[in-house]
Design a protein around this ligand. Structure first.
Ligand code: BGP
Length: 484
């Protein structure tokens, strides 16, 4: 059987520190903003959005609540204590890359210390060393929905310019310490989330309607600057390493062939891609400046910011792909309940997941082709997977055929894009082991090919069990995708 995937293609799995590690206060770790996000059903939160955007009062209450009760991310999937077992399972799976993130709070517990926490640095050094011994390349995100809580309460997260300096020190510390151990860095996970969900993406606290949008865009600008500075630092400190940006690719289809719908979809796509425009091309596109003008947003730039953006362009573009969206000039005509940016129009051609996300394998091929045509830089799919509530059978097995079907269909389309000449570095499925979901804080929205015995309240043995999808994926990696 032949394959279209190049030798050395980085097959792997992906997860984030704040959703996987747990041990939220071990070995000097500080509280992060993710550690205070509660599980929606627990603490009388009716609205998930509200749970994800806590007020200062709710944050203060969360800080006073010790342990994991109501805060599942504090427990994660116990990767911090199970990491050796996890690495052995990943080695058995045959992966060549593990995309993971460093918890900033393990290195600088409040973000403002001048000296790093050695115990935190040593943890990741042990992990990276072991991964490399097992032939697994670490692909490391510097900031994945996680920042020291102190920076949130002190500066309103990334809305405060001071955070750029604190991040730069953090970035310099980890790049220097892991020189030679980490060859692939990503700066910010799904950087576009900062404008969609400002607390998750940027630590911007919800203080009501007011100027939240303004502050979210200011926070995003600071992240771009910090990302460019970190990219330049990697290039200076470890010239053998490469840096990528990371976008939640949200492909928009027009609801009809009405040119106004087509133009609306193009506009929504261009706004989504404006994030990679800044990070790949090194400058804001006109569409963003117009968006600021039309929305009355004023982004303050410090002298030299534009030069920093231009100098710190990335080497490759990584992205997550879960679903596609539908755009219309009049969304209500198509039954939408929300706005255009995060459209709720149903696509009649696509099924949805248990959580209502459109399932669209062909869309991943379109996304790849589009990105390649636009940027001509190597691409890397660093998240793709199905959130589902798995059942453990009486014999202990997990027969997740639906996940196999999802991966098989998506990877078939990925193979088509590669056959068309798209330069793709790798594919890391989300999440390897089951982890706490980012948007719902549920453990039962499972993504892993390895089951973790923990429930939404962090209860369970923490035991790891390969699912049916583990065996399917192992086979696929072993033959480099030839069976697709
Ligand atoms: C992406 C995030 C991840 C992850 C995934 C699935 O947006 O980068 O952290 O969790 O989506 O989303 P969820 O967990 O909300 O289902």
């Amino acid at each position: 059987m032949s394959t279209v995937f190049p030798d050395g293609f980085l097959w792997g799995v992906a997860f984030a520190a704040n959703q996987a590690e747990g041990s939220y206060d071990a070995d000097g770790k500080g509280l992060s903003q993710a550690d205070v996000v509660p599980f929606g059903k627990d603490l009388d939160y009716v609205d998930l959005h509200e749970a994800m955007s806590p007020s200062p009062e709710r944050i203060a209450r969360a800080v006073e609540t010790p342990g994991i009760a109501g805060y599942p991310k504090r427990n994660g999937s116990q990767h911090y204590t199970h990491w050796e077992e996890d690495v052995e399972l990943f080695a058995e799976l045959g992966i060549r890359a593990l995309r993971m993130s460093i918890a900033w709070t393990r290195i600088f517990p409040t973000g403002v210390e001048t000296e790093p926490n050695e115990a935190g640095l040593a943890f990741y050094e042990r992990l990276f060393t072991r991964l490399r011994e097992r032939g697994i390349e670490p692909v490391v995100t510097m900031s994945h929905y996680e920042m020291p809580l102190h920076l949130v309460t002190e500066y309103d997260g990334w809305a405060g310019r001071e955070v750029v300096t604190h991040f730069e020190r953090y970035a310099r510390t980890i790049i220097t310490r892991y020189r030679g151990l980490v060859k692939y860095w990503l700066t910010f996970n799904e950087i576009n989330t900062t404008t969609i969900e400002p607390y998750t993406g940027g630590g911007v606290v919800n203080s009501g309607v007011g100027d939240r949008t303004q502050r979210a865009h200011q926070a995003l600008h600071h992240q771009y600057v910090a990302s460019a500075l970190a990219t330049t630092l990697v290039h200076e400190i470890d010239p053998d390493a490469q840096v990528g940006c990371m976008l939640a690719r949200m492909l928009h289809y027009p609801a009809s062939s009405d040119p106004r719908d087509v133009q609306q979809a193009q506009h929504d796509n261009d706004l989504n891609l404006s994030h990679t425009d800044v990070q790949v091309r090194g400058a804001y596109p006109g569409i963003v400046r117009r968006f600021w003008r039309d929305s009355g947003i004023e982004v303050r730039m410090a002298p030299g910011d534009e030069q920093i953006l231009a100098a710190g362009t990335v080497d490759f573009l990584s992205f997550s792909y879960y679903m596609t969206l539908v755009s219309a000039v009049d969304p209500s005509k198509y039954g939408a309940t929300g706005g255009n940016l995060f459209s709720t129009i149903k696509n009649p051609h696509l099924p949805t997941s248990e959580w209502g996300w459109h399932l669209d394998p062909v869309g991943i091929r379109i996304a790849l082709t589009d990105l390649w045509t636009r940027y001509q830089v190597p691409l890397f799919i660093v998240e793709n997977g199905l959130g589902a509530s798995d059942t453990v059978e009486a014999d202990g097995s997990i027969r997740d055929e639906y996940r196999i079907d999802y991966m098989q269909k998506h990877l078939t389309q990925v193979a088509e894009a590669v056959a068309d000449g798209v330069e793709l570095m790798g594919y890391t499925c989300w999440g390897g082991i089951d982890i706490v979901s980012a948007s719902t804080s549920q453990m039962t929205k499972r993504y892993g090919v390895i089951h973790v015995d923990l429930d939404d309240h962090g209860q369970g043995t923490g035991a790891r069990t390969p699912k049916a999808s583990f065996h399917w994926y192992r086979e696929l990696i072993a033959n480099n995708g030839a069976q697709l």
